[in-house]
Design a protein around this ligand. Structure first.
Ligand SMILES: C[S@@+](CC[C@H](N)C(=O)[O-])C[C@H]1O[C@@H](n2cnc3c(N)ncnc32)[C@H](O)[C@@H]1O
Length: 459
């Protein structure tokens, strides 16, 4: 059963984004921050590098099953794995696995891999994708039997969570609910059940006529030119899955990737010294709310009651990279800044956080960027310690990451992450810039030039 919106939590939708904001196809994660946030807006001025975007994956078997706006480029990941495999590295680890891009590419490149992802819903998406080895004909029969049952399903439900009502007209909602009920009735622990769940997740946004682009926000006041009928969309998705499964099964299968719901600050699922190559993209310190990114899907499946429930269900598991995450921490600033793990950067970190706290008082929104930045680096320092434990001597780590400038105050994210890596016991770091950002001063809340790229850390 769907749950109702949490009483009194308000904020059923985040309507902070203005109508004129363009949601561009295939944005980088870095571009995904709403332009109205006083952080870093869309990259109209970006270079062409697509390492940090999901755009490359939209045409790739299995990767394309769920469009995860925070995902990065599978072809680029493959290139790195192939190159490093030739150099003798064959145990790949992704501590921020997201939708499983590295896991899938490691399988394709015939190397062992482990991924961990702390967002429970996103981890489930990645785990579902790893079922591509299931027999495609049996999966198709299973999923089409769900479709057949849903066509005759008597949906008696009258009340839906507010977000559902805002995103779908009643007739579409009834069909989606019929599919959900039919899926649920058959649901078990099988790969076919997980794949059918993913197919249903994957059609929600295309069946909505409102602004549900793969974005952390849902925009009920915007409309799309075309919305697909749920039954046709589900059938098309199932057939796409089956075609991709057949395609990949005709290639030489690599070892099965492992993907766990786990926390990168501990990496408990990974043995000491196991990995020799880490390829990942951590959350950026740029106020992107990963919890909100799957609010539509989680609400549809009844996993949350509304926006207010995201804190306990999702955010509490994640690296603190958005202000929504830290409102209860403002009184703990000194503890965060004095933490031993951030000692290597603490002088600069304190200066930046102090400046942000001062500037905050002059802004209407009074966002707690200072707390977010302090908590972010404490979390990331713990990630480096965990990475040092799970990586072998001589390992190589690549973080796809960008810097940020909340309230126009520059945070040298890549350098600080590099310094924290050294403090955790890694040997050296260098940053390879792939794109400039915020250089044309268009629609900007601040004029600080920013960049994005690859932080290479040698262990
Ligand atoms: C930039 S995304 C990675 C996307 C991934 N490269 C892909 O292609 O799908 C960062 C991911 O880190 C996850 N995350 C945040 N905090 C985490 C933590 N403490 N441990 C593990 N994963 C975490 C987020 O949920 C998000 O999915």
């Amino acid at each position: 059963m769907f749950l109702n919106e949490c009483p009194g939590v308000g904020k059923a939708e985040n309507t902070k984004m203005p109508r004129k904001t363009k949601v561009k196809a295939g944005p980088s994660l870095f571009d995904s921050v709403a332009a109205t946030e006083e952080t870093d807006g869309p990259a109209t001025d970006s270079l062409k590098d697509t390492t940090s975007t999901f755009a490359d994956n939209l045409g790739l078997a299995v990767h394309r099953w769920f469009r995860y706006s925070a995902g990065f480029s599978a072809p680029w990941v493959r290139e790195v794995i192939e190159r490093e495999k030739a150099a003798g590295r064959s145990r790949i680890f992704d501590p921020f696995a997201g939708s499983g891009t590295v896991a899938l590419e490691a399988e394709r490149c015939q190397v062992e891999s482990t991924g961990i992802e702390a967002h429970p819903f996103v981890a489930r998406i990645a785990q579902a994708k790893l079922n591509w080895r299931a027999p495609p004909e049996a999966f198709t029969r299973y999923a089409l039997s769900i479709l057949a049952s849903s066509r005759t399903e008597k949906v008696r439900r009258k009340e839906y969570p507010a977000l559902m009502g805002k995103c779908f007209p009643p007739e579409i909602l009834t069909q989606l609910e019929a599919l959900r009920c039919a899926w649920k009735r058959k649901a078990d622990d099988s790969p076919n059940s997980a794949l059918s769940w993913l197919a249903l997740c994957g059609i929600l946004r295309e069946c909505s006529p409102v602004g549900t682009a793969q974005w952390q926000y849902v925009l009920p006041s915007k409309s799309k030119a075309r919305a697909t009928n749920p039954f046709s969309a589900f059938e098309a998705k199932v057939r796409l899955f089956a075609a991709d499964m057949t395609l990949l099964q005709n290639q030489q299968p690599g070892p099965q990737a492992r993907l766990y719901a786990d926390d990168a600050r501990k990496c408990e699922s990974v043995p000491d010294g196991w990995a020799d190559l880490v390829i990942t993209s951590p959350p950026y310190a740029n106020n992107y709310d990963y919890a909100d990114a799957t609010r539509l899907e989680m609400t549809f499946f009844g996993e949350i009651e509304g926006w207010g429930c995201l804190q306990d269900t999702v955010r509490s598991h994640l690296v603190r990279s958005c202000t929504q995450h830290v409102s209860s921490l403002t009184k703990q600033m000194d503890t965060l800044l004095d933490a031993k793990v951030v000692e290597a950067i603490s002088t600069e970190l304190k200066t930046v956080c102090k400046e942000m706290a001062t500037v905050r008082d002059t802004h209407r929104g009074k966002k707690n960027y200072h707390t977010m930045v302090a908590a972010y680096f404490k979390d990331m320092a713990e990630v480096w310690l965990a990475l040092r434990r799970v990586t072998a001597k001589g390992s190589l780590v690549c973080f796809v990451v960008g810097d940020s400038a909340p309230y126009g105050i520059y945070v040298p994210v890549d350098r600080w992450l590099g310094e924290l890596a050294l403090a955790a016991g890694f040997k050296s770091f260098r940053f390879e810039k792939t794109r400039d950002r915020n250089i044309k001063w268009k629609n900007r809340k601040h004029r600080v030039p920013l960049h994005e790229g690859r932080l290479w850390v040698q262990g």
